[in-house]
Write a protein that binds this ligand. Structure first.
Ligand code: HEC
Length: 137
């Protein structure tokens, strides 16, 4: 590789690391998007309430599902997928800097997990409340 190319790559890398997309940016951007959809006054308390709320397990009558079913009780610790048994990295940004840095990833998993737990997609309000709760974990 030419020396000039090496320098360019090094500078590009350093710049990316310096500017970096932080989870605060992504969360703020998501909250703005939800506000544009008519939601607002997002609340960590409401997020926590919904996070621990039990919903009927549609596959196992008598059992329940909630967000902790896979992510665990302590969000700074790894979780375990209820179906596959696979390890899930901690959801808390304090333990995992990658968390909530990619809007598409956030939305993809909100969609899947809300469908699995609530048996429907979450509203913009619910997603905003969840992020308010999760962002400071
Ligand atoms: C069936 C298991 C399961 C349940 C229950 C579950 N999740 Fe997840 N969740 C996952 C998996 C798997 C991922 C993707 C892997 C990863 O991020 O480590 C994920 C990722 C996420 C992400 C993306 C995080 C990021 O880094 O951007 C969010 C947000 C999320 N979950 C929210 C929720 C909410 C809200 C609930 C409750 C409504 C919930 N999850 C319940 C398995 C689950």
């Amino acid at each position: 590789m030419k020396q000039k190319t090496v320098y360019s790559i090094a500078i590009a890398l350093a710049t990316t690391m310096y500017i970096g997309v932080t989870n605060a940016d992504t969360v703020d951007e998501r909250l703005k998007a939800y506000t544009a959809e008519g939601a607002g006054n997002f609340s960590a308390q409401a997020g926590e309430k919904l996070w621990i709320k039990d919903f009927p397990d549609t596959e196992n009558p008598g059992k329940v599902r909630n967000c902790s079913t896979c992510h665990g009780e302590d969000l700074t610790k790894p979780g375990k997928h209820a179906k596959t048994g696979k390890k899930i990295d901690p959801l808390a940004p304090s333990a995992n800097k990658e968390r909530f840095t990619d809007a598409k990833f956030v939305e993809k998993w909100f969609k899947r997990n809300c469908k699995w737990v609530l048996d429907r997609e979450c509203t913009a309000q619910e997603k905003g409340d969840f992020l308010m709760y999760l962002r400071n974990k």
